[in-house]
Design a protein around this ligand. Structure first.
Ligand SMILES: *Cc1c(COP(=O)(O)O)cnc(C)c1O
Ligand code: SF4
Length: 392
């Protein structure tokens, strides 16, 4: 059943909208969705948002083309969120790997720092859905300052990823204060901001924000587009302003059943992102998070997306397909296995068209009689090693 919703009726895209007004006029109660939902669905929605909050700003709402479309599924609460009890509350163990509240130090040289508890839209599949937009994610400035102090005291940290919630939900002034403190740390080389704002509330990207951000280079932004419907005049403008401020832009998508689990969608999305100077960086397997089981796809879906991109279109359009594994193991990349055969003599590899090619190894004698170039004996049988090859 397809019910088109006219974008122009709910959102005048010619108006110069202030993002604070967009936030104020966001849908937060099911009653505001009378035009979209039946009475029964409104009752269900009420139950869902008692547990997981809803916020849909008028811009994002206006992107819905029909009931149940890829925009709808990302923002409208679904009773399945309550039915699903399989996933974990904090699958990535972000809280366990946290030396101080809001900071996760999992990798040797970089940390994740949460600086905002709010987003311009609450995604129904969010990894931190147990917390974002609720009392459970209270982030005070004193907590942020403790996180910054931790970074200052750990010279091995050369990269910080600012996240939340969405860092761009903070005021320019607050964000500038945090960035100034971080930039004062000599060993902190790069600062990254993870924000969905260019996609879900592009009006937040103003000339003032961009002028402020460009004082803190090298600064990177990773945004989060999941579907071509999210690419609009407004989101193009936001990305152009950020790129013009000299900020390299990346994109992190989440593979979502019924939203974008289709190679054609990703080809279109990633090619469009490149035209906006946004480089597809990660494609995430949906996390094992409670309340989003209905979004999870088999691994084959992700591998198919990567196979459809690699070789067929610009290498720039190919993201790393990763699973952020439950238990705090971090992100692990998966690629379609191209190894057809691996022996002492050669490797047979399958290319993007499915044709097989051979690459010959140097003859044994030249290689020091079963020793490799460094003269170290290879203990692991090659075929066993081949199982490890498709990594990276
Ligand atoms: C994703 C993530 C990072 C950054 O990882 P990159 O692979 O460098 O982009 C850092 N810390 C944590 C806890 C993360 O989840
Ligand atoms: S914008 Fe990011 S942090 Fe906010 S709800 Fe969506 S996925 Fe979660």
């Amino acid at each position: 059943m397809i019910e088109p919703i006219k974008r122009d009726l709910v959102f005048d895209k010619t108006a110069d909208l202030n993002w604070k007004l967009l936030l104020k006029e966001s849908v937060t109660s099911p009653e505001q969705l009378r035009d979209y939902l039946s009475d029964e669905e409104i009752e269900e929605c009420k139950k869902v948002i008692e547990r997981y909050p809803m916020r849909i700003n008028p811009y994002y709402l206006s992107l819905i083309r029909y009931k149940g479309d890829p925009i709808w599924k990302q923002c409208i609460p679904d009773i399945n969120e309550l039915i699903d009890v399989e996933g974990l509350e904090d699958p990535l163990c972000e809280e366990r790997d946290s030396p101080c509240p809001g900071l996760t130090h999992r990798y040797p040289d970089r940390v994740l720092l949460l600086i905002s508890s709010q987003c311009g839209m609450y995604c129904r599949f969010c990894t931190r859905k147990r917390k974002v937009g609720t009392e459970k994610l209270r982030i005070s400035m004193s907590q942020i300052l403790k996180g910054i102090e931790y970074i200052a005291n750990h010279p091995e940290v050369r990269d910080v990823v600012l996240s939340g919630g969405d860092p761009f939900l903070l005021s320019d002034r607050k964000l500038e204060f945090i960035l100034t403190r971080l930039r004062a740390i000599p060993h902190l080389e790069i600062i990254r901001i993870g924000t969905r704002v260019p996609c879900t509330m592009p009006q937040r990207v103003t000339p003032e924000l961009c002028n402020m951000l460009k004082k803190f280079h090298p600064l990177f932004i990773n945004t989060h587009f999941n579907h071509p419907y999210e690419i609009t005049e407004e989101s193009r403008k936001a990305c152009a302003m950020l790129a013009d401020a000299g900020i390299p832009l990346g994109n992190q998508s989440v593979l979502l059943k019924g939203v974008n689990d289709n190679p054609a969608i990703f080809t279109e999305l990633n090619q469009a992102l490149l035209t906006m100077r946004v480089k597809p960086y990660y494609l995430f397997q949906a996390d094992y998070v409670q309340g989003s089981n209905h979004f999870r796809t088999p691994i084959e879906a992700g591998l198919e997306v990567i196979s459809a991109l690699r070789g067929h279109t610009s290498g720039l359009a190919v993201p790393h397909y990763v699973i952020d594994v439950p238990g705090g193991g971090g992100k692990i990349a998966l690629i379609p296995n191209p190894v057809v055969e691996l022996t002492d003599e050669h490797i047979l590899l399958s290319n993007y068209q499915g044709k097989t090619f051979e690459y010959k190894f140097p003859a044994k004698e030249q290689n020091g009689n079963g020793k490799n170039g460094n003269g170290t004996h290879i203990e692991t049988p090659l075929l066993e090693k081949s199982a490890k090859l498709p990594q990276s």
